[in-house]
Design a protein around this ligand. Structure first.
Ligand code: PGA
Length: 259
């Protein structure tokens, strides 16, 4: 199994280009003691707001820390005001793009089918998708978590090729845990992640044994280690706690302390 933990910072609509560069300087120092492990025993990527991608990329040069985008459009170019294409992300050296984040689904009305179109386009690109799935509180209370998550995966990955499967990352982000300080217990995370892996294997084949499944939703330095110790929790997608270099460094380094 080749599932080195992946820690992704999702800055959402926070930090401008100058602040991002400042973050990078501080963060590189904090991570320096584990530099030799980066890319070997753990991987880190940061998804800033679009205007900070270029400056952050420059500030991270030679660090081994990757760049990620918070979203991308499925079409290669054209009249799509306000959107960003995959090749633009490639040009800036992005390693990953989040697709289907719950804020995109909920606030901006993105559908499973729109997310499927993005996943398909990313098959042809070096930018790997981090596909986000997760249920609302109502869906959890109704006992339909696994059904909802399986449906989101099935639709987004319909027609996915072997090429996509080998690079795909999935993030389980229960909506009730995002930005609420209410984290899923390690047991809940492991149960859903194991179900996600089963769905992925059924759809994509045994290659999905290697797919990294990240947990997201109020990950903090205080709970990271326990969450990351679960066998199917292969990293974290971190929002609020990733805005501070120290707390994101603590979370990233916690992945080295897990069995
Ligand atoms: P949070 O956000 O860590 O602030 O809960 C996670 C996310 O939305 O990716």
């Amino acid at each position: 199994m080749n599932r080195i933990p992946l820690l992704v910072a999702n800055w959402k609509m926070n930090l401008n280009a100058g602040e991002a560069a400042k973050f990078a300087r501080a963060f590189r120092e904090l991570i320096a003691p584990a530099r030799a492990d980066l890319g070997q025993r753990f991987e880190i990527a940061i998804a800033p707001a679009y205007p900070a991608l270029d400056r952050l990329g420059q500030a991270l040069e030679g660090s081994g820390i990757g760049l990620a985008a918070q979203n991308v459009h499925a079409e290669p170019s054209g009249a799509f005001t306000g959107e960003i294409s995959i090749s633009m992300l490639e040009d800036l050296g992005c390693r990953y793009a989040l697709i289907g984040h719950s804020e995109r689904r909920r606030i901006f009305g993105e559908t499973d089918l729109a997310i499927q179109a993005k996943a398909k386009r990313l098959e042809e690109s070096p930018v790997a998708p981090i596909l986000c799935v997760g249920e609302t509180l109502g869906e959890r209370e109704a006992g339909s978590t696994l059904e909802i998550v399986a449906r989101q995966l099935d639709t987004a990955l319909d027609g996915a090729s072997h090429g996509l499967a080998s690079r795909l990352v999935v993030a389980y982000e229960p909506i009730w845990a995002i930005g609420t300080g209410r984290t899923a217990t390690p047991e809940i995370a492991q149960t859903v992640h194991a179900a996600i892996r089963k769905t992925l294997i059924a759809r994509l084949g045994s290659i999905a044994s290697d797919t990294r499944i990240l947990y997201g939703g109020s990950v903090m330095p205080s709970n990271a280690r326990e969450l990351l110790s679960q066998s199917d929790v292969n990293g974290a997608l971190v929002g609020g706690a990733s805005l501070d270099p120290e707390s994101f460094a603590k979370i990233a380094l916690a992945s080295l302390e897990t069995p």
